[in-house]
Design a protein around this ligand. Structure first.
Ligand code: NAP
Length: 291
């Protein structure tokens, strides 16, 4: 008999991900803070949970996909949280992007109740969630990873086990560091092209054929040209991720000069009230800096 799945957090990412598990025939119990977001999945065959505790009670594997570190703490460790519903052999899989340090603390609390935890943050964005092509970066015990692997295979393609608990979040921090600096480069290049009197759309097309080619140039470069900053990936979440990057650098004694620059540009975007826009809105901030 296959594991029963719980799914907590039905936002941009969580909703399509939970939908794939329902579509694959798993028994899925869902919960979302804003309850109306559960309706569509319940119509598709999911069971509505009344709280994170209720979801964990009715599931063997409980997945969380919420926004930030305090939110994961709240749904897992808070009153009526997952921890109150787990039992020996339960697995909690946090697929949100949060602090590796907090992840290890949460795993310890769950272990005291006999439950296992994996951290499994993703990359690939909304498109990857909808198409079930996410990259999934996993930390935790190898045998727990093997148990959850069939579930991960319904959600993504590039599924890598990177080490003990927290290793997935460290990898995701590295991913966000590379991504943010690439985005800054693309935004600056397109601004430079425009101001230098060369069509930025032609510059993007030319660069896509050479060494500067990247998914960021392809997808976010197009968004920048179109001025389409509907999320996608919200700027406030990317700002949060840059905080995790910088915290991880500080905790390990690694100076992150480029990371600091990108983090400050995201701060500028937040200060301009752009938190709910797609994170490619950095192009707008950089264009404003150029007057
Ligand atoms: P989102 O659309 O803003 O959804 C966030 C979800 O978390 C919502 O279901 C929200 O509930 C829930 N939530 C937030 N705080 C909560 C709390 N304190 N208690 C209970 N539920 C809470 O975000 P998303 O884009 O799906 O992102 C989810 C996670 O995936 C984040 O960690 C993000 O960094 C990561 N991620 C996102 C992308 C992307 O492209 N979007 C890509 C890779 C990774 P409500 O509906 O009630 O607000």
């Amino acid at each position: 008999m296959s594991d029963r799945i719980g799914f907590i957090g039905l936002g941009i990412m969580g909703r399509p991900m939970a939908g794939h598990l329902v579509g694959a025939g798993y028994e899925v119990t869902v919960w979302n803070r804003t309850r109306s977001k559960m309706d569509e999945l319940v119509r598709a065959g999911a069971r509505p949970g009344s709280s994170p505790k209720d979801v964990a009670t009715r599931s063997d594997i409980t997945i969380t996909m919420v926004a930030d570190t305090p939110d994961v703490r709240e749904v897992i460790l808070g009153p009526g949280g997952v921890i109150e519903g787990v039992r020996r052999g339960s697995v909690v899989v946090d697929m949100s992007t949060i602090s590796p340090v907090a992840t290890r603390e949460i795993a310890q609390e769950l272990a005291a109740r006999g439950a296992e935890m994996l951290d499994a943050p993703v990359s690939g964005g909304e498109k990857g969630a909808i198409e079930a092509t996410l990259s999934i970066m996993v930390g935790g015990k190898p045998e727990v990873f093997e148990r959850v692997l069939p579930v991960f295979r319904r959600l993504g393609r590039n599924i890598v086990h990177l080490g003990g608990i927290g290793a997935g979040q460290v990898t995701k921090a590295c991913n966000q560091l590379v991504l943010s600096l690439t985005l800054v480069g693309v935004a600056e290049a397109l601004t430079l092209a425009r101001r230098a009197g060369v069509d930025p759309a032609k510059v993007r097309a030319a660069l896509l054929g050479g060494f500067a080619q990247s998914r960021v140039l392809e997808l976010h470069g197009q968004r920048m040209l179109d001025g389409n900053f509907e999320p996608g990936f919200r700027t406030r979440l990317y700002h949060k991720d840059m905080g995790i990057v910088m915290e991880t650098g500080r905790a390990t004694g690694v100076p992150l000069l480029g990371g600091g620059l990108a983090a400050q540009l995201y701060q500028a975007a937040m200060s301009r009230g752009l938190g709910e826009k797609d994170y490619s809105v950095l192009a707008q901030v950089i264009a404003e800096l150029a007057g």
